[in-house]
Structures are given as structure tokens and as C-alpha cells.
Design a protein around this ligand. Sequence first.
Ligand code: ACO
Length: 339
Amino acid sequence: MKSSTKQGVKILSTGSAVPHMSLNNNQISDIVETSDDWISTRTGIKERRLLTGEQKSIIDLAIVASRNALDKISMNPSEIDLILLATSTPNDLFGSASQIQYKIGAINAVAFDLTAACSGFVLGLVTASQFIQTGSYNNILVIGADVLSKWVDWSDRGTCILFGDAAGAVILQSCPYVDNSILNFQFNTDGTYASHLSIPYKESHQPHVLLNIYQGSFHPIYMNGREVYKFAVSQVPLSIVKCLNALNMSTDDINWLLLHQANERILNAVADKLSIDNHKIIANLSKYGNTSAASIPLALDEALEEKKISDNDIVVIAGFGAGLTWGTIVVRWKELQLA
Ligand code: ACO
């Protein structure tokens, strides 16, 4: 972190939301040729939640998660200065954050979307923290939300078994620098391998007859699972070590390892490479699958509800995904002292 830092940042509250409908592995085997055994063994996923019925869009989920976070600290939405929505599945390509701003009544907030797939939440958290550290804003709502069920090819067993829908939210607030929670971050991008994981835009074969413009549409998720697995297991530990080293910390200092909830095998392999005990891994993907930008705030909110994380615990958070983009944030957890 640069020495120009003026303010500290604390994570004041968290919230989350998942759709009501659950689809377990046996039910998915009615849709594609697969089995509970195959999915459980290879991914650790047992079920996932899918957006259906009355909850129609990502906005509905994001609103529930945001209100959940606001209610826990009795914060009036008008106190929020900025809303940052990390998502790859907006219901409007121009962005969905402004609809959340309107619907939760955050009348004083600027709102915009940030797209970085499964790394979106960690990038959003650090982007937001920069606005606080430079003194621009005091209260920021960061939401990670995705509804990849709308973008999955439900006949592709290699991908449709993996994903679920969810939203998670955190509220960040400025604080004296001595109480700063976000100790350091380390981010990376390698566009060389962008094609391993994408929702590609494909143009039509025929141009507009008068304008010669090609138009098209987005295709479902494409993933090279093996390459994504190799990338995550090789690069994420390096990022974590770099981030810790810059703080003169080691993996022994970690109390909790909170990785993007992609796949249990990836979580375990990263922990093994870093010699981190498996009991320090925060994992809830068996219940929700890979919820992309929502996975980290959803797991964080659940871990806090379960009172796993204590004051001053070091929580290492790492995201990875399409881009390819990956990175780490080291957090010193500060329990909220409610008056
Ligand atoms: N059920 C049964 N068989 C299947 C299924 C399925 N759902 N999916 C694939 N198979 C078959 C394949 O057809 C193949 O059969 P074949 O040998 O007869 O050709 C065999 O299983 C092996 O297929 P692979 O794709 O090589 O399986 P792999 O062992 O690599 O496991 C998996 C697939 C689980 C996707 C793995 O590659 C993985 O975990 N990759 C990481 C994926 C990931 O985490 N992506 C998201 C991270 S980034 C983000 O969150 C956006």
C-alpha cells in the first residue's frame, strides 16, 4: 500500500442473498448425463441456487444482500456515498448499479458496475478502499452479484454443474489509519489466456444490407476446465505469498483463507501448496456452487454469521477467474463495536 494513504478502511457490515430454488446434483443428472458422485468428487458441489419465479433479476438479489448489510448496522441508505456492483451478468449492458441505488433509496450515492468475472469482488473491494483512503468518500457499498444460470449452456455438462446464483455485499467505512483493516493487496491479469474462460460476443455472418455493420449476440459460457484449474492452483498461491511478503508476514500468520469458491479441489490444492491447515479454509460451495463475483462476500457473510472470524484475525482473501485475472487482499478483521 502506498504511503500517500490518508484514511484507514474498515469493513463495517456484510450481507448476502441466494435464490429460493435449489437444484441438487441428482436433479441435475436429469438434465445432463452426470452423477452426484462425479460432481461431488471433482468439485465438492452438492447443490446450487437458481434465480426463478418472483426474483427475476440480479437486481432483486443485490437489493436483498444490500439491505441485509445496511440493516445489521441500522445504516440509512442515504449515508452511502458510492455503490460499486461487481458483476458479469447485469440485466442491462449499460450497468445495473444505478437501479440498485434507486431501489434501496441511496439517494446520495454514485453507482457504477465493475466487470472482472470471479475476481470482480476483490477488485471492487480494493477500488472502493482507494476512494476511502484518499478521503473522497466515507461509506461505500460493494456488491458482488452474479446470475450465471442465465448464461450457462444447460446442455453442456462440463460447465452447467458448476455455477449458481447469489449476491453478497459489504459496507466499507473510513476510520483512523491505526484501525485500518485492508493491509495490502496484490493483483494480476494475463489476457493471453482470456479464451480459456469467456462469454464471447459473436457477430452474425451477414452484415446489415445498407450499413455493412455486423451485429451479433453473446454466447453461453465457454470454459477450458483443465487450463482454468492449472492456472488457479499455480498462480493463486504465488499471489498470496507476494502479498504476505510485502507485509513481512508468512502463511503461518493466516487465521482464515477465503478463496473464490470455484471448486473444493482448487481450495484444498492452494491450501496444501501454502502448508495451510484445511480447517482454516472458509468454504460453502457445497451448498451454492460457484457464484462468481458473489462467492467471496457470500462466504464471508456466512462465516461471520457462524462467528468463525474473531477480532484481529488475519483473513487472506483471493479471487481468480476470467480475464484471466487474479489477486489477493490481506485483511485484519476488526469486530464492529456497536454503541
Ligand atoms: N459429469 C460426468 N462426466 C463429465 C462431466 C460431468 N458433469 N463433465 C465432464 N465429464 C467427462 C468429460 O466428458 C470427460 O470424459 P472423457 O474422458 O470420456 O472425454 C471426463 O469427464 C473428464 O473431463 P475433464 O473436463 O477433463 O474433467 P476434469 O477432471 O478436468 O474435471 C472440472 C472438470 C471439474 C471442470 C475441472 O476441470 C475443474 O475443476 N476445473 C476448474 C474449473 C473452475 O473452477 N472454473 C471456474 C473458475 S473461474 C470462475 O469462477 C469463473
